[in-house]
Design a protein around this ligand. Structure first.
Ligand code: GLY
Length: 583
């Protein structure tokens, strides 16, 4: 039996010893994985590490690794388990990006399981008779869903990169769906946000809010229909979801509730393998998300802009200023240029070039904020996307790595599950621009690059990332809508400045996204003096009354073989584990 080291919230982090920790239903033994004193290059880490948003999903991945599965097998198991125990954030009815690194041939690839617009989708499908966006139809119920990509991605990863059968990989998720899982504070909080919508569909509400009420913490949620859907997928592979009985129930349920999905949409859905975005920063290589994520290009561009600055040597206010100015410029370009690369020509070479960054830097003054209105944007090309999502990071003992960010968009997606499937429909269509210049659920506007077109993938901010230095490797990512990109940027810089995952996931966060023209900060992220210094430079600083994100990271010290894993302390439901395996 391997030992586990669950990363605890920072204030309760346990550094050594062998103790018993009870968290929710899981009792695990904690074993510190000892660092080897010998600083020698190694083939793989001393064991494996997983950090996900739910300890039962982390345990599902650990179970697969114990059975001899590799990181890619474990990634399928973790993804499927998250779809069951964290339905507010991702699911069978959603999509995501799985960034894989295979150690045997040093190959990195992004498996793009992003949802697509159905064939009957039209540019103006969410506009009412007055030409205004009908926000209700855009995010609530059957019309809000893109064609799901997650099940196709799981099958693709298992068949192309895994070693175990799909049945073995989905077994933990099927068990969790049948036996149930305990409601935690995050499930409860996010259901409170969406319950009034879910109650429109009593069959859906009966699954996630038994008796019609938001469940108490510790109540058990069982999902027998979802277990059957997963079992069909396990037995029949891709066709088990995209053709046959499950597809028919999904499509009929969506059409009956006012949606436009067809069986052809399901049969036509394709996963795409994409080359990740690769950039360098101060001797570190970043391998990160490619379009239709906006994240990789924006992160690369921000790092190019800030590279000449001595960020560690700056005051906190100056550091926030420089980073916010880089964020402002990268988000302007994100809005101008980024969309589905199969529909839009993206000038990635320009956006990631040092010459382009140098040009942007010439307008960056250390003493003054640049008003966003002074940075030209062609309003015909602004882009949009939104939030609630999940992320996990893992490394196996061979050095294979997975950084995966998955989503159904808003909490519990469209809040509607076609009868008999247990599958929540995503509301990812709101990541398109429903009308030029009209804000989406997160106040973001968009234009033609991200307009709705049949079969097109909606622009995303999901930014699964791997950073490779001379002797340390980081795997990280987070949910958080448009803020994902800046959270990952801050985490990458923290890693490069020498810190480990417990630090990256706990960082106080600030964010600028071009419009609105403000630095948005978490409570207590900046002192009153730091805020005053930023205002002095001309920034508007808005202190939010809540934190954001849910970062999960693992780190491998390739000289010592040591692994570290940590989950974000903002939510107390994550599971971060270092697993000691026999060599
Ligand atoms: N739905 C969130 C994103 O893809 O960025």
């Amino acid at each position: 039996m391997p030992g586990y080291a669950f990363a605890m919230p920072r204030d309760s982090a346990i550094q050594m010893g062998s103790i018993m920790i009870q968290r929710a239903t899981l009792i695990v033994s904690f074993t510190l994985v000892l660092a080897s004193a010998a600083a020698v290059a190694r083939q793989g880490p001393d064991g494996a590490a997983i950090s996900s948003a739910h300890e039962l999903a982390t345990e599902a991945g650990a179970e697969i690794l114990r059975q001899g599965g590799n990181a890619f097998d474990a990634a399928v198991a973790v993804s499927a388990a998250l779809a069951v125990v964290e339905p507010e954030s991702s699911g069978v009815g959603g999509g995501g990006f799985w960034l894989l690194h295979r150690s045997a041939d040093d190959r990195s690839v992004m498996v793009d399981g992003r949802e697509t617009a159905p064939a009957a989708a039209t540019r103006d499908m969410y506009l009412d008779e007055q030409g205004e966006v009908d926000r209700d139809r855009a995010v609530n119920g059957a019309l809000a869903g893109g064609i799901p990509g997650a099940p196709a991605a799981w099958v693709h990863i298992a068949e192309t990169y895994g070693t175990l059968s799909l049945s073995e990989l989905l077994a933990p998720a099927i068990r969790l769906a049948e036996e149930g899982f305990p409601v935690d504070a995050k499930y409860q909080a996010l259901l409170n946000f969406r319950a009034h919508v879910m109650l429109r569909w009593p069959e859906t509400a009966a699954i996630f809010m038994p008796g019609g009420d938001v469940p108490a913490i510790g109540d058990t949620i069982r999902q027998p229909d979802l277990a059957n859907t997963l079992r069909t997928l396990a037995e029949q592979g891709r066709d088990g979801f995209y053709r046959g009985d499950v597809a028919r129930k999904m499509v009929e349920g969506v059409q009956a509730a006012g949606g436009i999905w067809t069986l052809e949409d399901f049969a036509d859905y394709e996963v795409v393998e994409r080359e990740p975005v690769r950039t360098e920063y101060r001797g570190y290589e970043l391998i990160t998300a490619a379009p239709p994520s906006s994240g990789g290009i924006a992160i690369g561009q921000m790092l190019e802009i800030v590279e000449p600055f001595d960020l560690p040597g700056m005051s906190r206010a100056d550091r926030v200023h420089v980073l916010a100015e880089a964020m402002r410029r990268a988000y302007r370009d994100r809005a101008l240029y980024l969309g589905d690369p199969d529909f839009v020509d993206i000038p990635d070479g320009m956006l990631l070039s040092e010459h382009y960054a140098a040009g942007l830097r010439t307008t960056l003054r250390l003493d003054r904020a640049t008003p966003s209105s002074m940075l030209a944007a062609d309003p015909d090309r602004l882009g949009a996307e939104s939030a609630d999502t999940t992320h996990f990071s893992l490394i196996d003992s061979q050095g294979n790595m997975v950084s995966a960010t998955l989503t159904v968009n808003l909490p519990f997606g469209a809040a509607y599950a076609p009868p008999g499937t247990g599958v929540l429909v995503n509301n990812e269509m709101d990541d398109f621009s429903a009308k030029p210049g009209e804000p989406n659920a997160y106040g973001l506007i968009g234009f033609s690059a991200n307009a709705i077109e049949p079969h097109k993938r909606m622009l995303s901010s999901m930014s699964p990332t791997i950073v490779v230095g001379d002797d340390r490797t980081a795997v990280l990512g987070t949910p958080g809508g448009s803020r994902i990109i800046t959270m990952v940027l801050l985490g990458v810089l923290d890693f490069i400045e020498g810190n480990g995952p417990e630090s990256w996931v706990s960082l106080p966060r600030f964010h600028h996204q071009y419009l609105p023209d403000e630095i948005s900060v978490e409570p207590d992220a900046l002192t009153d003096e730091e805020i005053a210094a930023l205002e002095e430079k001309g920034h508007t600083v808005t202190v939010r009354n809540r934190t954001w994100g849910n970062m999960h990271g693992v780190m491998w010290n390739r000289r010592t073989g040591d692994l570290e894993a940590a989950h974000d302390p903002r939510w107390n439901s994550g599971g971060a584990v270092v697993i000691e395996l026999e060599h």
